[in-house]
Design a protein around this ligand. Structure first.
Ligand code: ZN
Length: 381
């Protein structure tokens, strides 16, 4: 789900609220479910009553989900972590915060605020049912909302990532071990277990009468499974690149071509050597960088009439790295600038810059692959 996808419906506490397109389906399904339930349990009501109370209950349910997300958001804002948006979608709500909390205790408090908010609403709606008997519209509405908010609070406390309980679990492991990556892996693994259990339970329900509910349960389990795997994969990438810098993966071979040769001649050079990136020099002066990607952006019939220095990436537009730059940050820069390689330069501060190598995306990916194959060895510290 992308940032800001969906319809913006308003702003609360400075946080933009969005409705994702998938929300329409779940709203329709839940409204239908509630109305059907009221029809069964209150045959004396008119159809208009079934549907109007059903729609109102459904709307208040989504207001409850929003309240849950606002619970997380208020605590995050208290820690000066910006809440970028809240989105209501197929599986409920999602508060997107700008960065991970820097301390375990902050993650713990942000995570637990959601279930506490849902628990509070469950209590409030239960109070309403005492004031209005169940047979009345308000009583039926309040009973349904008290139950669903209670379920939301309990379900979200299951100790598996990405549920709130998984975050709470991660915060505890993080606080105890002081190791964020390890905590994420543990909470992710527990999230996978819980997801499988939910899927199995959903499948069991399908064969024991409740086809719709069972499929829906299995679907939720599948969603949790994906999210748990994603969070573990992110940690894996971070771990494989930890401790490495540009110098570790750079190619020390820095091929050079003169700027005056034609693209035709350049392509011959690429074919001959198999090297895909070159520094361009004119009279021993470094003027730019040329690569296959840039070559391919020029129509083939123009290759004979264009020189390398006419189409190369000029020196001032090249992004540089230093041998000491951590590989993880370098990879992020490569991806965000959408470039494939960066020359490695030493002595910039000393006044005598010198190109000592080139780092390419491919070389970083190769290291990641090799390291992940040796993973069990590398992590048995
Ligand atoms: Zn939550």
């Amino acid at each position: 789900m992308n940032r800001g996808s969906g319809l913006r419906i308003g702003k609360i506490l400075g946080i933009p609220i969005y409705l994702h397109s998938t929300w329409v389906f779940i709203f329709a399904a839940i409204t239908y479910m509630i109305a059907s339930q009221f029809k069964q349990e209150h045959p004396a009501w008119t159809d208009l009553q079934h549907w109007s109370v059903g729609v109102l209950t459904s709307l208040l349910f989504f207001a409850s989900v929003l309240f849950h997300e606002l619970g997380h958001s208020v605590v995050a804002q208290h820690y000066k972590i910006r809440v970028v948006s809240i989105t209501l979608f197929l599986f409920g709500g999602l508060a997107r915060i700008e960065r991970e909390p820097p301390k375990a205790i902050q993650e713990f408090n942000i995570a637990i605020a959601g279930p506490l908010a849902s628990g509070f609403l469950a209590g409030a709606f239960f109070g309403l049912t005492l004031l209005f008997p169940y047979s009345q519209s308000v009583g039926a509405l309040a009973t349904w909302l008290a139950r669903i908010n209670f379920t939301l609070a309990v379900f979200n406390l299951l100790p598996g990532f990405p549920l709130d309980g998984g975050r709470i679990f991660r915060a505890v492991v993080w606080g105890v071990t002081k190791n964020f990556d390890k905590a994420t892996r543990v909470a992710g693994a527990s999230g996978k277990l819980i997801a499988y259990a939910i899927i199995v339970f959903g499948a069991w329900s399908v064969f024991h009468g409740s086809v719709q509910g069972g499929l829906w349960t299995a679907f939720i389990g599948w969603f949790i499974l994906n999210a748990a795997q994603e969070s573990v994969a992110q940690v894996a990438v971070r771990e494989t690149l930890t401790g490495l810098s540009a110098a570790d993966v750079m190619s020390k071979e820095v091929p050079i071509v003169p700027g005056h040769i034609t693209l035709e001649e350049y392509s011959a050079e690429v074919l001959r050597t198999g090297l895909r990136v070159h520094l361009v020099v004119n009279d021993d002066r470094f003027v730019g960088m040329m690569n296959v990607h840039t070559l391919n952006s020029i129509p083939r019939e123009e290759w004979a009439h264009n020189s390398v220095q006419g189409v190369m990436i000029p020196r001032e537009k090249i992004l540089w790295t230093s041998p000491e730059e951590p590989l993880l940050r370098l990879l992020e820069r490569l991806l965000s600038a959408d470039v494939n390689q960066m020359p490695v330069v030493t002595g910039v501060s000393g006044g005598a810059p010198q190109i000592v190598g080139i780092v390419t995306r491919d070389s970083i990916l190769r290291v990641m692959q090799t390291r992940s194959e040796l993973g069990p060895l590398a992590t048995s510290r």
